[in-house]
Design a protein around this ligand. Structure first.
Ligand SMILES: [Zn+2]
Length: 339
């Protein structure tokens, strides 16, 4: 069957008939961005005296363990439903053990925000790269690679710690095989059957993460020789699309409640195929490099930031996203209030 929608030929059909006024255009708009679509990623650094701007991510801060409360309240007051928390650790080791402890930064930051702003959903980025001294997403094995199965055990522990601290959603981002199954089993065994997972199911080894590495302090410069350049043994090849569908299928089979594609704008085709194929709640991460490009171009006067941000967010909705993680979430929320 031909799926092309039927349209009478010109001049019977005139597409411009439906574009003649603001009211007509508004009435016929297919997709919308609302504040409910927005997730705001935030950084919390321990032993920090005051919130500090991140040079490569304009208007984004490393918050202190105190200022994160004020910043989270600000997001909530703007109508944002969910934030994602990243820790900037000063207690790194080979396995990232600080993130598996109830006295560690991960537990403390989630607990603090949850107590202060209980209605704000906290999505716990669940990975080890912010907590390992080598910067990789799991411990290094004797063969000199990231140890998949040892990481799974640790991920289950970290997820339980996050859930105990009050995390509403567990979002593993390390692209380890079996990560959703391991986390699901861990959460269920600790009484968190109702805590959903949002899998970074198709995360690509992208150059667009650069500013984030600055922000979260997880560069690979201290990694062992041979592991210093990239995360290509676990994150996906940017050239592959069918493989992304297999990744998503596996995560759904393991119990993922929501899936994510990361980065966002260069991967809209993946988002579209994931949503069309699986019909599950689908998110995109509009990553640091994408956000920084918008800011840099607007600083130079080459782009209008507000318009470019809103068009970007709309493109995610059109591609099939249910929500978007963006450093522009607060800006977007303010712009939506003005409308
Ligand atoms: Zn990681």
């Amino acid at each position: 069957m031909n799926n092309t929608p039927y349209t009478a030929p010109f001049p019977v059909s005139r597409m411009r008939r439906l574009r003649g006024s603001n009211a007509l255009r508004d009435m016929l708009q297919e997709h919308h961005v609302s504040v409910n679509d927005l997730v705001y990623p935030m950084f919390v650094e321990e032993n920090l005296d005051e919130r500090t701007p991140i040079t490569s991510l304009p208007d984004v801060f490393r918050e202190t363990e105190q200022s994160i409360v004020t910043a989270a309240k600000e997001a909530h007051d703007l109508g944002i439903n969910a934030i994602m928390l990243f820790g900037v650790s000063h207690n790194k080791d080979e396995s990232g053990s600080d993130s598996m402890s109830e006295s560690g930064l991960l537990y403390r930051m989630i607990d603090r925000v949850k107590q202060a702003v209980p209605d704000l959903l906290i999505i716990a980025d669940t990975c080890f790269c912010e907590y390992t001294d080598h910067g990789h997403c799991g411990p290094i094995n004797a063969k000199g690679g990231v140890d998949n199965d040892a990481t799974l055990e640790n991920l289950a522990k970290q997820a339980i710690i996050a859930a105990r601290a009050g995390a509403d959603i567990i979002a593993p981002s390390g692209m380890m095989d079996g990560m959703i199954g391991a986390i699901r089993a861990g959460l269920d065994s600790d009484g968190f059957e109702e805590t959903p997972t949002m899998s970074y199911a198709a995360k690509f080894a992208s150059c667009f993460y650069g500013p984030f590495r600055d922000a979260a302090g997880c560069s690979l410069e201290n990694a062992p020789e041979g592991l210093r350049n990239d995360r290509k043994t676990y994150q996906m090849n940017p050239a592959n699309a069918d493989e992304a569908l297999r990744e998503v299928a596996l995560d759904i089979a393991e119990g993922a409640d929501m899936v994510m594609v990361k980065p966002g704008m260069p991967y809209l085709d993946i988002i579209c195929r994931v949503k069309d194929t699986f019909k599950v709640p689908t998110f995109a991460y509009h990553v640091s490099g994408e956000f920084a490009m918008l800011k840099a171009a607007s600083e130079k006067g080459w782009l209008e930031y507000d318009d470019a941000l809103m068009e970007t967010l709309l493109s995610f909705k059109r591609a099939g996203c249910d929500g978007v993680l963006s450093y522009g979430a607060l800006d977007a929320a303010r712009l939506l209030q003005k409308k």
